[in-house]
Each structure stands twice: as C-alpha cells, then as structure tokens.
Design a protein around this ligand. Structure first.
Ligand SMILES: *Cc1c(COP(=O)(O)O)cnc(C)c1O
Length: 222
C-alpha cells in the first residue's frame, strides 16, 4: 500500500469534518475518536478546529498526549473499558470518563479524584438491551443505585453513555437512543453520549450530546 501524502489526508479530514459539522444538531457535539489513529492525524484535526478526542487505551493515549504537548490543552475523553488499577492515571490524563459501569468503580473514581484534587466529568454506561459483550448498568440497577451514584463529588456526574449492541437494526437503535435520552432527562443529567460512525445521525436526532465518531472521520484504524 502506498502511504497517502499528508496533504490528501488533511483534505479528506477537512471534508469529512465539515460534512459532519454541517449535519450535527445544535445540541450535539463531535467527539473525534482517535484510538488507532496517529498523533499526526489528531494534530491535523486540531488545526481544523477540533478539540475533543476520545481514546480507549491509556498507554496509547499517553503516548499521543506527549507528542502533542506543544498544543493548547485538548479535551480528552476516556471511552474504553476502565480497569480499577488504571483509574489514577486515567484521571490524570482525561477530563471526561464515559464508562463508569459499577458502583465500586464510581466510588473508586470519587476517592482518587479527591486524592488528586481533580473534578472529572463522568458518564454512566447503560445497557438498554442485553449485551454480554459490553459492560454497563442495566436500567434497573442504575435506578436502584442512583441515590449513591448521584453523589460523587468532587467527580461530576454529567450524563449517560450507551453503545448499541452489534447488529441491532435502525428501528431498535432509534428506540435505544430515545430511551437513553429519556432516562438522562428523568435523572436530570444533561448529557447523552450515543451514536458512532454508523448511526450518529439517528443519535443526534434523538438528543445525543456527544456522538463518538472514529472511522467515518479519520478513516480505518491501523
Ligand atoms: C471505537 C469506538 C467508537 C468509534 O467507533 P467508529 O465506528 O469508528 O466510529 C465509539 N465509541 C466507542 C466506545 C468506541 O470504542
């Protein structure tokens, strides 16, 4: 495969960014999912005005953050599975955590945030359909634990995050997005992180605050 010249990548990134921005509803922001993409690609997106980036793996993100340390601070979101023993370094490297999926993890984030003098924005991952492949609270669990989950200061609960199960059809995905928005509203949480490359338009229409777009923005991951 021939490496594509830098200018081409920049041009295509610009086209895709503009196309996505043109279609995003006013309440929806773009989280550029840069996992599997180079620091150079992130730098190009920053040059085009993008500031919020999502990463799934701590070490990969730390390496890119070091490479990009000359830039104005960026808005980093952690969207991967969060292991208990990684909470401290993840809180140091990311301002927003989308993947709180148990009370124990929530309380650990709270304790370490206090210890570190940080106020991370946190979202609770919810499964609106059974999905053995993914973490997340069931709706019933989240509601039952809510009195504890809502009080995580200095961490700041801001929203819910969901990933639709693989292979869910469009009508069912739309239903999941609507349920996520309704539950967030019922809990007075402003943000819903929902929608990826294949279904972000639908998620935006359903009231997504953050669409998490990787491949439809940067191209295939390496
Ligand atoms: C990788 C990933 C995305 C982006 O996926 P694309 O299909 O490339 O847009 C979004 N959300 C999460 C949680 C991810 O892990």
């Amino acid at each position: 495969m021939v490496a594509e010249p830098d200018g081409d990548l920049q041009g295509r990134l610009q086209e895709r960014l503009q196309a996505i921005r043109a279609e995003l509803p006013a309440h929806t922001r773009l989280l550029a999912v840069s996992k599997g993409q180079s620091a150079a690609a992130i730098r190009q997106a920053v040059a085009l005005g993008q500031r919020s980036f999502g990463e799934s793996r701590l070490q990969e993100a730390q390496a890119k953050q070091r490479e990009l340390a000359d830039l104005e601070p960026l808005d980093w979101h952690f969207i991967g599975r969060l292991q208990a023993n990684k909470v401290r370094p993840v809180l140091r490297a990311f301002g927003t955590i989308h993947v709180i999926d148990s009370l124990a993890l929530a309380q650990r984030v709270q304790r370490i945030a206090a210890d570190e003098g940080l106020a991370p924005r946190v979202l609770f991952q919810v499964k609106f359909r059974p999905d053995a492949a993914k973490g997340g609270f069931s709706v019933a669990e989240l509601q039952q634990l809510w009195p504890q989950l809502r009080e995580l200061a200095p961490a700041l609960p801001v929203g819910l995050m969901t990933i639709t199960p693989l292979g869910l059809g469009p009508a069912d995905s739309a239903a999941v997005f609507a349920e996520c928005r309704a539950l967030a509203d019922a809990l007075s949480l402003p943000e819903c992180s929902m929608g990826m490359s294949g279904d972000w338009r639908m998620a935006g229409a359903a009231g997504s605050s953050w669409v998490r777009i990787g491949s439809a923005l940067f191209g295939q991951r390496v």
